[in-house]
Write a protein that binds this ligand. Structure first.
Ligand code: MLC
Length: 525
């Protein structure tokens, strides 16, 4: 059943059950009702109220003229407006385009232009909307006062909450466009269909034993697959309750998790590590939680082991990507193996292929190769980018993940790094090509190569090796100038902090930059 149909079933069947509680900022126990002075307000919605508010938002969007296939972009803080715009757009058959609030105007411009977004909702404290976008019909600016504007969709409008939405979108209809960093220098939009979302929701529902009485503590950003689908959507797919924190804070999260109110928690390794490093963690025990998962980046063995030693809970590591949602997972019951991302989820086919010969590797052969994935959850392609789509798939329809993996005889998969250049910082992907494109646009830069360096805090961080046009300035001044240049063009997490200057970059006989020697020389930090 589609994700939307399932939600509508819950709205009808359990209108009194709590669907969403957006916790007031600053409440350490996460459970108190009402407001403390100066806090952003707490918001609660039962499934019945969620249905009404979504209907109101949908009616509002329809009154603007939003129709099936239109792209609705929004760059909003984590909150109710974000959630309602996304779900109502989906319900109308439009394509939801969530954007990271950290994107500066230069990146935003690319997303709005490339997607041909028709409507754009932005927050007043976010970068100004670029001009000169022919497809963009209207920009809505929402005050950055912390008040959940989306409730205004309901309150201000005379919008009828009872008008039926009309037929549900078809499974093959596109639902959401999420931009991923580009191997070729510009982010590409991964287009996920309603079928993709439904296939993943059903697989995770079964594999992770989601229950109606689950209560999820949600601390992740909503602009990515992890926070939006794996956590929020799939909790609602089960008819469960979501408590949402507007931002992650280690002390608050520890207190929340320790309160006994939650059964499910999902995070990236950087968050798990920060929980362990916080002083308050000494008093915490998470044995009562039903499910705690880790994903979006490799879980270091030390974090896996120390988390269990500290909190009494063995994290369940899983593996996914924007283009597919979740692919592999350690089992809910059974061995959660250290260093492994587990087994294919229901409906997911996985294989390992030798990158040189293209041969499919069996368990008894040399085991490391590129992981390829097939299934109803796999996206159909990049937005209006047939070359990138063609490059992503094999001739027989398998998605090339770009991740190197091996499979043990009992079917457990282990990842061994990436076949491409991708850097993962705090669970967010960075493609060096995109950063290099920005660096080489600087007038002082003749050539640049960006590599990943291991980093205690974020897992990895980008480091830039730069060749100057003419070495005229002090390195410190140049570093400051390049940092500022990157900050003006790229989201902060993509910007290198460390710079190294060389007279030339190592290149092969074809003139291609060789990153191996640069990594050997600089990557250990
Ligand atoms: C924030 N900062 C980062 C960063 N996040 N720097 C590098 N890498 C990151 N990931 C910087 C900010 O720019 C800022 O710097 C400073 O840190 C403080 O910002 P903040 O917003 O207060 O940070 P914080 O709240 O501490 O955020 C850290 C975090 C967050 C780990 C909570 O990054 C996070 O939620 N990551 C999860 C990402 C995620 O959900 N990925 C899923 C992708 S989906 P300055 O200099 O500006 O002050 C996917 C598929 C799958 O991959 O399998 O799930």
């Amino acid at each position: 059943m589609s994700v939307l149909a399932t939600l509508e079933k819950h709205i009808r069947a359990q209108p009194e059950r709590l669907a969403l509680r957006i916790l007031a900022d600053g409440l350490a126990d996460g459970l108190a009702d009402g407001l403390a002075d100066g806090d952003a307000p707490e918001i609660t919605l039962t499934y019945g109220q969620l249905g009404e508010t979504l209907a109101a938002t949908g009616t509002y969007l329809r009154s603007l003229g939003l129709k099936a296939g239109d792209r609705l972009a929004f760059q909003l803080p984590k909150g109710l407006s974000f959630i309602l715009l996304h779900w109502a757009a989906l319900r109308l058959g439009a394509i939801s385009l969530p954007l990271n609030p950290a994107y500066p105007a230069a990146e935003l411009s690319h997303f709005l232009r490339d997607s041909g977004a028709r409507f754009f909702f932005r927050s007043a404290d976010m970068p100004p909307c670029p001009v000169d976008l022919p497809a963009l019909e209207k920009v809505f600016t929402i005050a950055a006062d912390g008040i959940e504007e989306a409730t205004r969709f309901k309150e201000t409008a005379c919008f009828d909450t009872t008008t039926p939405f009309g037929p549900l979108p078809l499974p093959e209809q596109p639902a959401v466009l999420i931009y991923t960093s580009g191997t070729t220098g510009r982010p590409k939009g991964a287009l996920l269909s309603h079928l993709n979302l439904a296939a993943n929701a059903a697989a995770l529902h079964d594999a992770w034993g989601w229950r109606r009485d689950d209560v999820l503590l949600h601390v992740l950003p909503l602009f990515h697959v992890h926070g939006l689908f794996v956590a929020l959507q799939n909790a609602w797919y089960a008819g469960a309750t979501v408590h949402l924190r507007r931002r992650f804070d280690a002390a608050t999260t520890l207190a929340d998790l320790n309160s006994g109110a939650y059964s499910v928690f999902m995070a990236v390794p950087t968050i798990h590590a920060r929980l362990m490093q916080h002083l308050d963690c000494r008093h915490c025990d998470f044995r009562h939680l039903r499910l705690m998962t880790s994903g979006s980046d490799r879980l270091p063995d030390t974090v896996f082991q120390q988390f269990e030693a500290r909190f009494g809970y063995r994290l369940l590591e899983r593996y996914g990507m924007t283009e597919t949602g979740m692919n592999l997972s350690n089992p809910l019951h059974g061995e959660r193996r250290r260093g492994s991302v587990g087994l294919p989820l229901p409906g997911v086919e996985a294989r390992i292929v030798d990158r040189q010969s293209g041969a499919i590797l069996e368990d008894d052969q040399t085991p490391i190769g590129e992981l390829e994935i097939r299934g109803a959850h796999v996206f159909r392609g990049y937005w209006q980018n047939p070359p990138a789509t063609a490059a992503a798939f094999t001739a027989d329809g398998w998605l090339r993940t770009g991740d190197l993996a091996s499979r043990a005889a009992d079917g457990y998969y282990t990842l061994h790094g990436r076949a491409n250049d991708l850097i993962i910082s705090g669970g967010l992907n960075i493609y060096p090509a995109e950063v290099e494109r920005v660096l080489t646009a600087h007038p002082n830069v003749a050539a640049a190569a960006v590599i990943g360096c291991s980093d205690e805090r974020w897992g990895e961080r980008p480091l830039a090796v730069v060749v100057l046009q003419k070495p005229q300035l002090e390195e410190a001044a140049l570093t400051a100038a390049l940092r500022q240049h990157c900050r003006s063009q790229l989201a902060p997490y993509k910007c290198p902090e460390q710079y190294r200057f060389l007279p030339e970059l190592p290149r092969n006989s074809m003139g291609k930059i060789q990153k191996g020697p640069l990594r050997a020389r600089f990557a250990s930090g």
